[in-house]
Design a protein around this ligand. Structure first.
Ligand code: ZN
Length: 359
Protein backbone atom coordinates (compact mmCIF):
# COMPACT_ATOMS: atom_id res chain seq x y z
CA UNK A 1 0.00 0.00 0.00
CA UNK A 2 1.43 3.39 -0.99
CA UNK A 3 0.51 6.90 0.00
CA UNK A 4 0.60 9.23 -3.03
CA UNK A 5 3.94 11.04 -3.14
CA UNK A 6 2.79 14.63 -2.98
CA UNK A 7 4.04 17.01 -0.36
CA UNK A 8 0.60 18.42 0.31
CA UNK A 9 -0.57 15.04 1.53
CA UNK A 10 -0.07 15.46 5.24
CA UNK A 11 -0.99 13.90 8.54
CA UNK A 12 -4.63 13.39 7.62
CA UNK A 13 -3.70 11.18 4.73
CA UNK A 14 -1.22 9.33 6.92
CA UNK A 15 -4.03 8.52 9.30
CA UNK A 16 -6.23 7.37 6.42
CA UNK A 17 -3.46 5.20 5.05
CA UNK A 18 -2.84 3.57 8.42
CA UNK A 19 -6.53 2.81 8.80
CA UNK A 20 -6.57 1.26 5.33
CA UNK A 21 -3.61 -0.88 6.27
CA UNK A 22 -5.39 -1.89 9.45
CA UNK A 23 -8.36 -3.03 7.43
CA UNK A 24 -6.42 -4.92 4.78
CA UNK A 25 -3.88 -6.27 7.31
CA UNK A 26 -1.07 -5.58 4.86
CA UNK A 27 2.41 -6.45 6.05
CA UNK A 28 4.06 -3.58 4.16
CA UNK A 29 3.39 0.11 4.59
CA UNK A 30 5.08 3.01 2.80
CA UNK A 31 4.64 6.61 3.94
CA UNK A 32 7.63 7.95 1.96
CA UNK A 33 7.96 11.48 0.54
CA UNK A 34 5.05 13.17 2.29
CA UNK A 35 6.56 15.99 4.35
CA UNK A 36 5.16 14.33 7.49
CA UNK A 37 6.21 15.93 10.75
CA UNK A 38 4.76 13.17 12.89
CA UNK A 39 3.48 9.65 12.41
CA UNK A 40 -0.01 8.85 13.52
CA UNK A 41 -0.15 6.99 16.87
CA UNK A 42 -2.52 4.59 15.05
CA UNK A 43 0.60 3.03 13.51
CA UNK A 44 0.91 1.21 16.80
CA UNK A 45 -2.23 -0.75 15.95
CA UNK A 46 -0.49 -2.44 12.99
CA UNK A 47 1.03 -5.20 15.09
CA UNK A 48 1.18 -7.47 12.04
CA UNK A 49 3.39 -5.06 10.03
CA UNK A 50 6.73 -6.49 8.83
CA UNK A 51 7.98 -3.57 6.71
CA UNK A 52 7.58 0.14 7.45
CA UNK A 53 9.11 2.86 5.32
CA UNK A 54 8.71 6.55 6.19
CA UNK A 55 11.76 7.97 4.45
CA UNK A 56 12.07 11.50 3.08
CA UNK A 57 9.67 13.21 5.45
CA UNK A 58 10.27 15.81 8.18
CA UNK A 59 9.96 13.53 11.20
CA UNK A 60 11.44 14.94 14.41
CA UNK A 61 10.30 12.05 16.58
CA UNK A 62 8.30 8.84 16.50
CA UNK A 63 5.26 7.89 18.55
CA UNK A 64 6.02 5.48 21.42
CA UNK A 65 3.35 3.22 19.94
CA UNK A 66 5.96 2.03 17.37
CA UNK A 67 7.05 -0.32 20.16
CA UNK A 68 3.88 -2.35 19.49
CA UNK A 69 5.14 -3.45 16.05
CA UNK A 70 6.45 -6.74 17.36
CA UNK A 71 6.67 -8.32 13.88
CA UNK A 72 8.59 -5.44 12.27
CA UNK A 73 11.76 -6.61 10.49
CA UNK A 74 12.48 -3.59 8.23
CA UNK A 75 12.29 0.07 9.24
CA UNK A 76 13.40 2.89 6.95
CA UNK A 77 13.51 6.34 8.54
CA UNK A 78 16.15 7.79 6.21
CA UNK A 79 15.92 11.42 5.10
CA UNK A 80 14.17 12.84 8.17
CA UNK A 81 15.11 15.24 11.00
CA UNK A 82 15.63 12.82 13.86
CA UNK A 83 18.22 14.01 16.39
CA UNK A 84 18.33 10.78 18.35
CA UNK A 85 17.15 7.24 17.88
CA UNK A 86 13.80 6.84 19.56
CA UNK A 87 13.88 4.35 22.43
CA UNK A 88 10.72 2.72 21.07
CA UNK A 89 12.83 1.39 18.17
CA UNK A 90 15.30 -0.25 20.53
CA UNK A 91 12.77 -2.74 21.86
CA UNK A 92 11.55 -4.10 18.51
CA UNK A 93 12.27 -7.82 18.89
CA UNK A 94 12.45 -8.81 15.20
CA UNK A 95 14.09 -5.75 13.65
CA UNK A 96 16.80 -6.80 11.18
CA UNK A 97 17.19 -3.74 8.94
CA UNK A 98 17.30 -0.15 10.21
CA UNK A 99 17.91 2.81 7.89
CA UNK A 100 18.59 6.16 9.55
CA UNK A 101 20.65 7.82 6.81
CA UNK A 102 20.38 11.58 6.25
CA UNK A 103 19.06 12.54 9.67
CA UNK A 104 20.52 14.85 12.34
CA UNK A 105 21.96 12.24 14.70
CA UNK A 106 24.88 13.49 16.76
CA UNK A 107 25.40 10.50 19.03
CA UNK A 108 25.48 6.77 18.47
CA UNK A 109 22.52 5.11 20.17
CA UNK A 110 23.25 3.45 23.50
CA UNK A 111 20.70 0.75 22.85
CA UNK A 112 19.82 -1.03 19.64
CA UNK A 113 18.13 -4.37 18.95
CA UNK A 114 20.72 -7.17 18.94
CA UNK A 115 18.76 -8.74 16.06
CA UNK A 116 19.98 -6.09 13.56
CA UNK A 117 21.69 -7.41 10.41
CA UNK A 118 21.98 -4.04 8.64
CA UNK A 119 22.40 -0.60 10.22
CA UNK A 120 22.66 2.43 7.94
CA UNK A 121 23.70 5.68 9.65
CA UNK A 122 25.26 7.37 6.59
CA UNK A 123 25.11 11.18 6.34
CA UNK A 124 24.57 12.15 9.98
CA UNK A 125 26.74 14.14 12.41
CA UNK A 126 28.17 11.32 14.51
CA UNK A 127 31.51 12.12 16.13
CA UNK A 128 31.97 8.93 18.15
CA UNK A 129 30.70 5.38 18.27
CA UNK A 130 29.45 4.14 21.60
CA UNK A 131 31.12 1.02 23.06
CA UNK A 132 27.55 -0.31 23.32
CA UNK A 133 28.07 -1.36 19.70
CA UNK A 134 29.09 -4.71 21.21
CA UNK A 135 25.36 -5.51 21.50
CA UNK A 136 25.11 -5.87 17.73
CA UNK A 137 26.37 -9.42 17.56
CA UNK A 138 24.34 -10.32 14.44
CA UNK A 139 25.28 -7.23 12.42
CA UNK A 140 26.58 -7.97 8.90
CA UNK A 141 26.56 -4.49 7.38
CA UNK A 142 27.40 -1.26 9.19
CA UNK A 143 27.30 1.99 7.22
CA UNK A 144 28.74 5.09 8.87
CA UNK A 145 29.82 6.98 5.76
CA UNK A 146 29.86 10.77 5.70
CA UNK A 147 29.77 11.47 9.41
CA UNK A 148 32.37 13.27 11.56
CA UNK A 149 34.05 10.28 13.22
CA UNK A 150 37.64 10.81 14.37
CA UNK A 151 38.23 7.32 15.73
CA UNK A 152 36.72 3.87 16.08
CA UNK A 153 36.44 2.24 19.51
CA UNK A 154 38.34 -1.04 20.02
CA UNK A 155 34.93 -2.61 20.67
CA UNK A 156 34.39 -2.64 16.88
CA UNK A 157 36.41 -5.87 17.00
CA UNK A 158 33.55 -7.66 18.79
CA UNK A 159 31.29 -7.51 15.70
CA UNK A 160 32.29 -11.00 14.62
CA UNK A 161 29.49 -11.34 12.03
CA UNK A 162 30.38 -8.11 10.23
CA UNK A 163 30.92 -8.49 6.47
CA UNK A 164 30.74 -4.87 5.26
CA UNK A 165 31.99 -1.73 6.98
CA UNK A 166 31.51 1.66 5.32
CA UNK A 167 33.52 4.48 6.91
CA UNK A 168 34.24 6.69 3.91
CA UNK A 169 33.97 10.46 4.28
CA UNK A 170 34.87 10.77 7.98
CA UNK A 171 37.85 12.32 9.84
CA UNK A 172 39.58 9.09 10.86
CA UNK A 173 43.35 9.33 11.19
CA UNK A 174 43.94 5.93 12.74
CA UNK A 175 42.28 2.53 13.02
CA UNK A 176 42.26 0.27 16.09
CA UNK A 177 44.36 -2.91 16.18
CA UNK A 178 41.12 -4.76 17.04
CA UNK A 179 39.96 -4.30 13.43
CA UNK A 180 41.88 -7.51 12.75
CA UNK A 181 39.34 -9.44 14.82
CA UNK A 182 36.72 -8.96 12.10
CA UNK A 183 37.42 -12.34 10.55
CA UNK A 184 34.28 -12.29 8.37
CA UNK A 185 34.88 -8.83 6.93
CA UNK A 186 34.73 -8.85 3.12
CA UNK A 187 34.38 -5.17 2.26
CA UNK A 188 36.06 -2.20 3.96
CA UNK A 189 35.48 1.30 2.61
CA UNK A 190 37.82 3.94 4.06
CA UNK A 191 38.14 6.47 1.26
CA UNK A 192 38.29 10.19 2.03
CA UNK A 193 39.60 10.11 5.60
CA UNK A 194 42.98 11.18 7.02
CA UNK A 195 44.37 7.75 7.82
CA UNK A 196 48.17 7.70 8.16
CA UNK A 197 48.72 3.97 8.62
CA UNK A 198 46.77 0.74 8.31
CA UNK A 199 47.05 -1.57 11.34
CA UNK A 200 49.21 -4.64 10.73
CA UNK A 201 46.29 -6.67 12.10
CA UNK A 202 44.48 -6.07 8.80
CA UNK A 203 46.32 -9.17 7.60
CA UNK A 204 44.08 -11.17 9.97
CA UNK A 205 40.94 -10.20 8.02
CA UNK A 206 41.49 -13.12 5.67
CA UNK A 207 38.11 -12.81 3.91
CA UNK A 208 38.68 -9.16 2.98
CA UNK A 209 38.35 -8.92 -0.80
CA UNK A 210 37.41 -5.24 -1.32
CA UNK A 211 39.42 -2.40 0.20
CA UNK A 212 39.23 1.28 -0.69
CA UNK A 213 41.77 3.56 1.00
CA UNK A 214 41.88 6.25 -1.68
CA UNK A 215 42.08 9.86 -0.53
CA UNK A 216 43.93 9.31 2.77
CA UNK A 217 47.40 10.15 4.16
CA UNK A 218 49.08 6.79 3.60
CA UNK A 219 52.79 6.72 2.74
CA UNK A 220 53.37 2.98 2.99
CA UNK A 221 51.42 -0.25 3.40
CA UNK A 222 52.06 -2.90 6.06
CA UNK A 223 53.70 -6.10 4.78
CA UNK A 224 50.72 -8.01 6.22
CA UNK A 225 48.52 -6.63 3.43
CA UNK A 226 50.11 -9.22 1.15
CA UNK A 227 48.38 -11.97 3.15
CA UNK A 228 45.06 -10.92 1.59
CA UNK A 229 43.49 -11.78 -1.79
CA UNK A 230 41.82 -8.63 -3.04
CA UNK A 231 39.39 -8.55 -5.93
CA UNK A 232 39.11 -4.77 -5.62
CA UNK A 233 41.76 -2.48 -4.15
CA UNK A 234 41.81 1.32 -4.55
CA UNK A 235 44.63 3.48 -3.21
CA UNK A 236 44.85 6.61 -5.41
CA UNK A 237 45.28 10.08 -3.87
CA UNK A 238 47.63 9.15 -1.05
CA UNK A 239 51.09 10.66 -0.46
CA UNK A 240 52.74 7.28 -1.12
CA UNK A 241 56.51 7.02 -0.96
CA UNK A 242 57.77 7.58 -4.49
CA UNK A 243 59.71 4.85 -6.27
CA UNK A 244 62.96 6.80 -6.17
CA UNK A 245 65.94 5.03 -4.59
CA UNK A 246 67.64 7.52 -2.32
CA UNK A 247 71.22 7.28 -1.05
CA UNK A 248 71.51 6.63 2.67
CA UNK A 249 74.33 6.59 5.15
CA UNK A 250 74.72 2.93 5.94
CA UNK A 251 76.94 1.95 8.77
CA UNK A 252 77.57 -1.26 10.62
CA UNK A 253 75.99 -0.61 13.98
CA UNK A 254 76.82 -2.31 17.26
CA UNK A 255 73.61 -3.87 18.50
CA UNK A 256 73.14 -3.37 22.27
CA UNK A 257 73.65 -6.44 24.43
CA UNK A 258 70.05 -6.25 25.73
CA UNK A 259 68.71 -6.61 22.18
CA UNK A 260 71.16 -9.42 21.38
CA UNK A 261 70.00 -11.28 24.51
CA UNK A 262 66.32 -10.68 23.67
CA UNK A 263 66.82 -12.08 20.17
CA UNK A 264 68.60 -15.13 21.55
CA UNK A 265 65.76 -15.77 24.03
CA UNK A 266 63.11 -15.52 21.28
CA UNK A 267 65.10 -17.92 19.08
CA UNK A 268 65.41 -20.48 21.89
CA UNK A 269 61.74 -20.19 22.92
CA UNK A 270 60.73 -20.80 19.31
CA UNK A 271 62.77 -24.00 19.49
CA UNK A 272 60.59 -25.01 22.46
CA UNK A 273 63.13 -24.32 25.16
CA UNK A 274 61.18 -25.35 28.27
CA UNK A 275 63.73 -23.74 30.58
CA UNK A 276 63.53 -20.28 28.98
CA UNK A 277 59.75 -20.44 28.56
CA UNK A 278 59.39 -21.20 32.26
CA UNK A 279 61.75 -18.37 33.18
CA UNK A 280 59.99 -15.81 31.00
CA UNK A 281 56.56 -16.80 32.33
CA UNK A 282 57.57 -15.25 35.68
CA UNK A 283 57.75 -11.85 33.98
CA UNK A 284 54.46 -11.03 32.19
CA UNK A 285 55.78 -7.71 30.86
CA UNK A 286 58.75 -9.46 29.30
CA UNK A 287 56.48 -12.08 27.75
CA UNK A 288 54.44 -9.30 26.11
CA UNK A 289 57.58 -7.77 24.63
CA UNK A 290 58.83 -11.08 23.28
CA UNK A 291 55.40 -11.88 21.80
CA UNK A 292 55.74 -8.78 19.64
CA UNK A 293 59.06 -9.90 18.13
CA UNK A 294 59.25 -9.46 14.37
CA UNK A 295 61.16 -11.40 11.74
CA UNK A 296 63.84 -9.91 9.53
CA UNK A 297 62.65 -9.74 5.91
CA UNK A 298 66.13 -10.80 4.73
CA UNK A 299 67.56 -13.38 7.14
CA UNK A 300 64.35 -14.41 8.93
CA UNK A 301 65.90 -14.01 12.36
CA UNK A 302 63.87 -12.33 15.11
CA UNK A 303 64.27 -8.81 16.46
CA UNK A 304 62.57 -7.36 19.53
CA UNK A 305 63.06 -3.66 20.15
CA UNK A 306 65.56 -2.64 17.47
CA UNK A 307 65.01 -2.92 13.75
CA UNK A 308 65.38 -1.07 10.48
CA UNK A 309 62.28 0.05 8.55
CA UNK A 310 62.65 -0.45 4.81
CA UNK A 311 60.45 -0.32 1.76
CA UNK A 312 60.06 -2.36 -1.39
CA UNK A 313 57.91 -1.41 -4.34
CA UNK A 314 55.57 -3.89 -5.99
CA UNK A 315 53.03 -3.56 -8.76
CA UNK A 316 49.56 -3.91 -7.24
CA UNK A 317 48.47 -6.39 -9.93
CA UNK A 318 51.49 -8.56 -9.15
CA UNK A 319 50.91 -8.63 -5.39
CA UNK A 320 47.19 -9.23 -5.56
CA UNK A 321 46.72 -11.58 -8.48
CA UNK A 322 42.96 -11.98 -8.09
CA UNK A 323 42.36 -8.24 -8.57
CA UNK A 324 39.51 -7.30 -10.87
CA UNK A 325 39.77 -3.57 -10.37
CA UNK A 326 42.54 -1.53 -8.81
CA UNK A 327 44.26 1.79 -8.80
CA UNK A 328 47.30 1.60 -11.08
CA UNK A 329 50.89 1.72 -9.97
CA UNK A 330 53.51 0.64 -7.49
CA UNK A 331 52.70 -0.05 -3.88
CA UNK A 332 55.31 0.88 -1.29
CA UNK A 333 55.31 -2.11 1.08
CA UNK A 334 56.95 -1.99 4.47
CA UNK A 335 59.67 -4.46 5.45
CA UNK A 336 61.66 -4.66 8.68
CA UNK A 337 65.26 -5.81 8.94
CA UNK A 338 67.30 -6.94 11.93
CA UNK A 339 70.46 -5.00 11.03
CA UNK A 340 72.44 -2.97 8.52
CA UNK A 341 74.31 -6.19 7.81
CA UNK A 342 71.13 -7.57 6.22
CA UNK A 343 70.37 -4.21 4.60
CA UNK A 344 73.78 -4.17 2.89
CA UNK A 345 73.60 -7.79 1.78
CA UNK A 346 73.01 -8.69 -1.89
CA UNK A 347 69.88 -10.17 -3.44
CA UNK A 348 67.01 -8.03 -2.14
CA UNK A 349 65.16 -5.02 -3.50
CA UNK A 350 64.78 -3.10 -0.26
CA UNK A 351 65.37 0.59 0.14
CA UNK A 352 65.80 2.68 3.25
CA UNK A 353 62.96 5.05 4.08
CA UNK A 354 64.12 8.61 3.68
CA UNK A 355 62.82 11.77 2.14
CA UNK A 356 63.76 11.84 -1.56
CA UNK A 357 66.01 14.70 -2.65
CA UNK A 358 64.17 17.75 -4.00
CA UNK A 359 65.38 18.61 -7.49
ZN1 ZN B 1 68.37 -10.00 9.20
Amino acid sequence: MKLPSQHNKMAGNCEACVLKALKSRTKKLSLDNNALKTLSVSVGRLGFLETLSAKNNDLLSLPEEIANLRQLGYLNLGGNKLQSIPTCVCGLPKLRTLHLFRNCLTSFPNQLPSTLILLNLNHNNLTTISPSITQLTSLKQLSLANNALTQLPPEIGTLHSLEELHLNGNNLFTLPYELGKLRNLKKLMLQKNSIKALPISIGECRKLSTLDVSGNQLEIFPAELQLLSFREFHFENNPLLPYIPVPADQYQEVIPLKEVASRAIVTEIRKDSALLSAMVSYYPGVQDQLDKAGDCAVCGQPFVSLWLDCVHFELSKKVFQKLHTSSQGYLPMKAQLCSYKCFNSEGHKLFGIAEPPIF
